[in-house]
Write a protein that binds this ligand. Sequence first.
Ligand SMILES: Cc1ncc(COP(=O)(O)O)c(C=O)c1O
Length: 408
Amino acid sequence: MPRFADRFATLPAYPLAHIPARKRALLAAGVDVIDLGAGDADLPAPIEAIAAMQQALDVPAMHRYGFGLGYVPFREAIARYMQERFAVTIDPITEVVPLIGSKEGLAHVALAFLQAGDVAVVPDPAYGAYVGGTLLASAEPYVVPLTARNRFLVELDEIPEHVLARTRVVYLNYPNNPTGAIAPREYLERVVRICRERDILLVYDNAYAELGFDGYVPPSIFEIDGARDVAIEFHSISKTFNMTGWRCGWAVARPELAGALARVKNFVDTGSFLAVQAAATAALEARHAFVPGNVAVFRERRDAAVDAFQAAGFACTTPLAAMYLWVPLPSGIESARFADRLREQEGVIVMPGSGFGAGGEGYFRVSFIESPERTALAANRAGRVLAQLQTEDAPQRPAATNAVVVAT
Ligand SMILES: Cc1ncc(COP(=O)(O)O)c(C=O)c1O
């Protein structure tokens, strides 16, 4: 048997990789499955993106290697978007890195900035690419629990000095998956200040930049003074345009930082399909027509989810951004046990908080990926499972006796 690298052995099992197979089996058994698991909506991509893809398919040049440069109009559309949306001026050639989905960029960036002995600060719960990238770079993740107490923010001030001294990268993601939290501007200013003082790379994952509700408009990290010195920001077409399967995103940073990620990628991929980049360009250009209506659909689903899960006995609060409800469980009910029972007994798929790291224990995540009606039905079934688990866990009381009960 060929030997595995020590580094490989540090990788945890990828959370919840078994769920698609279980879903298939439940469907095959005739169960009415309501899948509120992955952040992967059942909604259509913009027609402009589909038309651009169809046209690109007829152009032989679009079938050739994209290389790192990719489709230049895509880079230009990104630069226009960053300018218009965030008032951030970037050079489309030297400050943009086209990605095959933002996930690979989030993991690959670690290879340029981390090595053995280094630390990356990683939120917990969080998207798995941060820990994965860190471990693949032979570095150590230092996980910071995101809790309601700290408003689900990573407070660098609370990290011990001996850890911070070895920290080369901080991963942040706001609007946040899975908690739905947002980052106040003064918080981002504090983080940027500390990263600049210590020359730490701030990896800012902005995959949900366009999913804000009730007037909340997620910022770019580059709106914060000084962020251009230390930050690299990741964007995705996945959630904004319902294009998760197309695998397309980008990173923005000053040339030295963007160039480092691009250089790593030169050795591991040859760019995404140019036709996909043409479609993403069309999507970005159609954003004024597309995004508000799409956000309205997610907001309606969010409201339905909040109402229904609260009515079913869960104490969840209303998120202002992203596409998730982060639902606390009563203490003593483990999230994996709850999610397994809900799936196997009621056909409802949610993500147990523990799937996002130990810090997610005590919660489960609901994605706004099905209709309000189906989401409400799922909440109802979840309430049934909760009641059942609470009854099962209640201390067994002796049947009526005439013992005197003294309240203490
Ligand atoms: C926080 C976060 N970042 C990045 C991604 C990856 O998105 P992409 O489809 O661009 O790889 C996801 C996907 O769920 C996510 O939740």
